[in-house]
Design a protein around this ligand. Sequence first.
Ligand code: NDP
Ligand SMILES: O=C1O[C@H](COP(=O)(O)O)[C@@H](O)[C@H](O)[C@H]1O
Length: 489
Amino acid sequence: MAQKLSHKPCDLVLFGTKGDLARRKLIPSLYQLEVAGLLAADTRITGVARNEMTTEEYIELVTTSLERFVKEGVDEEAKTRFVARLNYCQIDMKSPEQYKALCEVVDLENRTMVNYFSTPPSIFGDICSGLNAAGLVVDDTRVVVEKPIGHCLESSKVINDKIAEYFKESQIYRIDHYLGKETVLNLLVLRFANAIFTNNWDHECIDHVQITVAEVVGVEGRWGYYDDAGQMRDMVQNHLLQILSLLAMEPPVDISADSIRDEKLKVLRALRPIDSNNYQEKTVRGQYTSGFVEGKSAPGYLEEEGANTQSTTETFASIRVDIDNWRWAGVPFYLRTGKRMASKGTEIVVHFKDLPHNIFKDTYKSLPANKLLIRLQPDEGVEIHLLNKVPGLGETMELQNTKLDLSFSDTFKNERIADAYERLILEAMLGNQSLFVRRDEVEAAWSWVDGILDAWKGSNEPPRPYAAGSWGPVASIAMLARDEREWDE
Ligand SMILES: NC(=O)C1=CN([C@@H]2O[C@H](COP(=O)(O)OP(=O)(O)OC[C@H]3O[C@@H](n4cnc5c(N)ncnc54)[C@H](OP(=O)(O)O)[C@@H]3O)[C@@H](O)[C@H]2O)C=CC1
Ligand SMILES: O=C1O[C@H](COP(=O)(O)O)[C@@H](O)[C@H](O)[C@H]1O
């Protein structure tokens, strides 16, 4: 279907333009929007950082990012159009008087100002007050803020309160880049556009659900940030809980931002608390030691560049989550995520219940239950595991577990899978908040995660070791074994 460009031109201001995220993801994503013809003709892009740089030097920095991070190779014509949109502004983001520089480049009357905060959250408040001091906060000024919002519920409130002094909720776009992934969005379509899944999606039919987000990377030079966060704050509080809420929510009335966010919020509020009384049965925390990942030797967490050798930060977490509502009574959702695991893969496996009665019992004492596997990345696709009759004239029927396998790359051969940030930047420019996280969701997620983090802290137990290149600590396997289940690998 042809794309229609419906938004007003924007002034996209990229705070922290020299940082890792901006160079690796945001600048390449903006360029891809140019290639796709999705930037309005008069849209301008302004990079902000604290060092002196001419616009020409900034263009050079942007060009280097494109050459390094655009996998498809850079199209010279698109690049020429793209760099013609660029400006650079030198601002120390902690100095409100310096924000006036932006008034020279933005045009509040004719363009919507979309401010992307790709900086540490500790200075989000400074940026808001700087924009305000420069008179740049008007009704349609927007702010896009990166995760993590805070370190716990209380600190997230401080950051959100600070932003809320200057911006209404309808102007705030909180990023969780998983919500921009094609396959995460497809969860809405799978669940709510297919009758076969709408009717079987509850405790009557589903035995349990597994959500795995396995990474092969380690801390990637981000020790300072990561060691303070750990996998719970870095991945579970946001990405895994967002996937979980999309999977478990009730059908929204429509696909408007608040309809979807209202339903996700109800799931987050229904998560059964985990605290010092039950964390031992319901959670496992791990930290990788040296090993081999995809055939290459990998250092342990405590041997990573910049490491503090005493750190007890978790690089792996697995959790049994119970959702206390009508639909999911008695259906555990098992979450698992870690760095330096055996292979990269984000997938959801929905295990259906056993049949109530087996008519093939003379030949097969039990029949394997159906499974729905949703591969979010890489090799995006959906598989349904079904039993089929093996063709043949034998006296007894031979059954075989087979797959209905829909691979996105085979089915949608000519479609490029856009990076999550491309979609999210576009949606922020369009003014659609559906794929962004509302304040009450962030707080509900923190409130549940804090219970676990407090229990772990109070226990003083070190994380369990697991070898880089494995599927996490043995205790994670044991957690499912206690429920007579096992991880899909
Ligand atoms: N990198 C990633 O993969 C991901 C990052 N995020 C989030 O995105 C945000 C940015 O992360 P990342 O790019 O990794 O961080 P970086 O530290 O690489 O970049 C942050 C940028 O902010 C600039 N900055 C900080 N303080 C000031 C100031 N007072 N005035 C002007 N500039 C300032 C820094 O400038 P200078 O270079 O001069 O120090 C730096 O370029 C963070 O909130 C992070 O949590 C979220 C998901 C993934
Ligand atoms: O937000 C983050 O996500 C990445 C994983 O993202 P993916 O798109 O590659 O799955 C993670 O490595 C990083 O630590 C975290 O901050």
